[in-house]
Ligand binder design. Structure first.
Ligand code: FES
Ligand SMILES: [Fe+2]
Length: 339
């Protein structure tokens, strides 16, 4: 599906962000991930649990059931499921057939996010879990958006930072950012794009954060860790020295068909206890995300309403985006071939 070729959807045997850690409580919560319903709850020992969100009996949402002694009971006819997905009880008969078992998804709670492995549980690999903490930086603000658009459009957005100058003009965008040459590096499952602007105007949002409006050297970049995370950096210095450094983690997880979960956590390594600065970051992040989401949803509406799927016109600034799309495609194809 556009912008990927053929009918490729998304890699499943990978870690994706499913929720903020504090969203998972003792009460069942449904979230659609990779076009499947999943039900989350926390057991009495605090362990986050993720089970298929659809009862195999009559497809009732299991999140409408209740947790009984760490097991989940369907709210329709009372089937009971253990945290490992085994069906323990069918009230209308003395035995629980294996056909009633459901999938228990591997999850990891890193204190900020709960990550899920939506593919084959037997292949869940903890060594592939992305690390988002950076020494010296502390998460200052976080945001979530439910986006009415296919997930790859958000990856396209983050793979081409030339949009900062235009989509985010008047906010985090610097004049001239789109013309600066991009330095690109890549590996089997990541691609990184970096830029440096010397003697550039300080973007309006950052003028407000730094209380400074003179020229800046700005270094910024983004690493796309296929398929679920982008980690960006943004560093500013004025003639008198450093002004501030930021890190932003963008987690992108497909939800229902045509819908995407977008989780963002932004950190800084200076003035960590300055509440006014945190508030300023919060409003800058919110405005920036709203612009990205509005663009993504407008593109989604455009391409789904056309008679035929469109083809892109590619320009030099698309090299990282095209590289990223290829990494997604080859990861999906490797998975389809059982590798
Ligand atoms: S639908 Fe769940 S027990 Fe019948
Ligand atoms: Fe953006």
């Amino acid at each position: 599906m556009y912008p990927l070729s053929e009918n490729l959807f998304a890699p499943l045997n990978s870690w994706y962000v499913a929720a903020w850690s504090d969203e998972i409580t003792a009460a069942p919560m449904e979230r659609w991930l990779l076009e499947q319903p999943v039900v989350f709850y926390r057991r009495s020992n605090g362990t986050a649990t993720a089970l298929d969100g659809r009862c195999p009996h009559r497809h009732f949402p299991l999140a409408k059931g209740r947790v009984v002694e760490d097991n989940l009971q369907c709210g329709y006819h009372g089937l009971v499921f253990a945290p490992d997905g085994r069906c323990l009880r069918v009230p209308s008969q003395p035995f629980a057939p294996a056909a009633c078992n459901i999938v228990a998804h591997p999850v990891v709670d890193d204190g900020t996010w709960v990550w899920i492995w939506p593919g084959d549980p037997a292949r869940a690999d903890l060594t592939l879990l992305p690390h988002t903490a950076v020494e010296g930086f502390r998460t200052a603000v976080r945001a979530y958006r439910r986006v009415c658009g296919r997930y790859m459009l958000l990856h396209d957005n983050l793979l081409d930072l030339s949009h900062l100058e235009y989509l985010h003009a008047g906010g985090i965008g610097s004049a001239g950012a789109a013309e600066v040459l991009e330095h690109r590096t890549q590996g089997e499952d990541w691609v990184k794009s970096e830029r440096e602007q010397v003697d550039a105007p300080c973007p309006p949002h950052f003028q407000a954060l730094f209380g400074y409006s003179g020229p800046v050297t700005r270094r910024f970049g983004m690493t796309c860790h296929v398929p679920a995370l982008h980690v960006g950096y943004d560093e500013f210095a004025g003639p008198a020295g450093p002004l501030g450094r930021f890190r932003v983690c963008h987690a992108i997880t497909p939800g229902r068909k045509g819908e995407t979960h977008y989780f963002v956590a932004a950190s800084r390594d200076f003035a960590l206890d300055d509440k006014a600065l945190t508030q300023g970051m919060n409003s800058a992040l919110g405005k920036t995300l709203d612009e990205d989401v509005a663009a993504t949803e407008a593109i989604e509406q455009m391409i789904t309403s056309l008679r035929e799927e469109p083809r892109d016109v590619l320009v030099r600034g698309d090299a990282t985006c095209v590289t990223g799309r290829r990494l997604f495609e080859s990861m999906i194809r490797r998975e389809l071939q059982g590798r």
